[in-house]
Write a protein that binds this ligand. Structure first.
Ligand SMILES: Cc1cc2nc3c(=O)[nH]c(=O)nc-3n(C[C@H](O)[C@H](O)[C@H](O)COP(=O)(O)OP(=O)(O)OC[C@H]3O[C@@H](n4cnc5c(N)ncnc54)[C@H](O)[C@@H]3O)c2cc1C
Length: 348
């Protein structure tokens, strides 16, 4: 990894956050630095980095541009699922993904999206495989992708993952959503009407809870929150040379970021569900606190585009909604509510 990659991504971070244009230059920079090969095994021509090396690499990307790092995280999720699936699908998609084609996932309807409603995407078994009907509410880079790993639910409640080529008949990719940040991710809803997928495209299932007990909120999500937090801490540090009151604040935040990084790197070795959720809560709180503290000190100047402070603060809100399962939401809510009863008591 070239050391200046984050700096190069940072030059376009505002445009990627605000403009609907796919961040081609940033993606090319990542590719030129080998970033598309990190997670791909050597037998497919990749670099096969260890999980800790990958976390460090993606934290570095998020430090430069959260939009680019997020787009890549969805591609990484696609690669991870393909690597767990049959070899024939790896042969079909991995060489193109390595060469720069984009792949993404539409899985949240199985885990964190629309859980209070009936299944969003239905699979019906057919002679050749499955027919898919319904909607995938969130697909990052949908209109840029060559393959989308899609999760669907069968009538009996079992779930199946398939590798969907988005040019299939019956697939409609809506216009990108008007997001409050990360606009360049071109996240869209994808609707499916009697879409046929042959058995050879099945990645996993049918089985119960194909994504595991608690889907969402994994280490990769927290790792991007960490990268964003470090950007805000760097911003505070840059001001600390002429504002000594910032020095202990920067030290406190750096200590918290180092501790979260250490926990993340330990958890890739022995992933334990409660600990993964706890560090996700900690990462979200750190992203909110560091970015809002940066705004507090950079004041009105930081609130004006294209100052990084306003962008980082808006982007931190993303971690309240992205891949945020109930245990994570509860942990963050505790923090949001804490201290308010003291405040009320103080008034009485
Ligand atoms: C920018 C962005 C990009 C994303 N990209 C991807 C992607 O590429 N792939 C992917 O798989 N996922 C993606 N996601 C999805 C993400 O991981 C979460 O699943 C999603 O943000 C959850 O939000 P939701 O509105 O769908 O949640 P929902 O839980 O469906 O909430 C929708 C609405 O229903 C209400 N509601 C929720 N529960 C109840 C209840 N019990 N009773 C009544 N009302 C209720 C909520 O208050 C809310 O107003 C993305 C999300 C975002 C924001």
């Amino acid at each position: 990894m070239k050391l200046d990659l984050a700096t190069r991504l940072a030059l376009r971070a505002d445009a990627s956050d605000r403009s609907l244009a796919w961040p081609v230059e940033s993606m090319n920079a990542v590719q030129a630095a080998g970033g598309l090969a990190w997670s791909i095994p050597k037998e497919w021509g990749g670099m096969e980095w260890s999980p800790v090396e990958r976390l460090a690499g993606h934290e570095h990307l998020a430090n430069g541009c959260l939009t680019t790092a997020f787009i890549l995280s969805q591609r990484e999720a696609c690669v991870r699922q393909l690597l767990k699936g049959p070899r024939s699908l790896q042969e079909r998609f991995l060489p193109d993904l390595l060469a720069g084609a984009y792949g993404t996932v539409g899985l949240s309807q199985l885990t964190t999206s629309r859980q209070h409603l009936g299944p969003s995407l239905l699979a019906t078994a057919t002679d050749r495989g499955y027919q898919l009907d319904g909607s995938i509410p969130w697909v990052t880079g949908a209109d840029q992708s060559q393959v989308i790993i899609v999760g669907a639910t069968l009538g009996d409640g079992q779930q199946v993952l398939v590798a969907l080529p988005p040019d299939r008949a019956g697939v409609t990719i809506d216009a990108p959503l008007s997001l409050s940040s990360l606009v360049g991710s071109r996240t869209a809803e994808v609707r499916l009407n009697a879409v046929e997928v042959e058995r050879e495209l099945v990645v996993a299932g049918p089985t119960e809870q194909v994504m595991g007990q608690v889907g969402g909120g994994g280490l990769e999500t927290t790792n991007l929150a960490l990268g964003l937090s470090v950007s805000a801490i760097d911003l505070l540090q840059a001001s600390a040379c002429h504002r000594p009151e910032l020095v202990p604040i920067v030290e406190t935040f750096r200590g918290a970021a180092d501790s979260i990084r250490q926990q993340l790197h330990e958890l890739v070795m022995a992933s334990e569900a409660d600990a993964v959720m706890a560090v996700r809560v900690a990462g979200t709180k750190l992203a909110l606190k560091t970015t809002q503290t940066a705004l507090l000190f950079l004041k009105g100047a930081g609130f004006v585009e294209p100052h990084a402070a306003q962008r980082l603060a808006r982007q931190a809100l993303f971690f309240l909604v992205w891949s945020c399962p109930r245990p994570v939401a509860s942990g963050v809510l505790d923090d949001l509510l804490s201290g308010l009863s003291d405040f009320r008591a103080g008034r009485e």
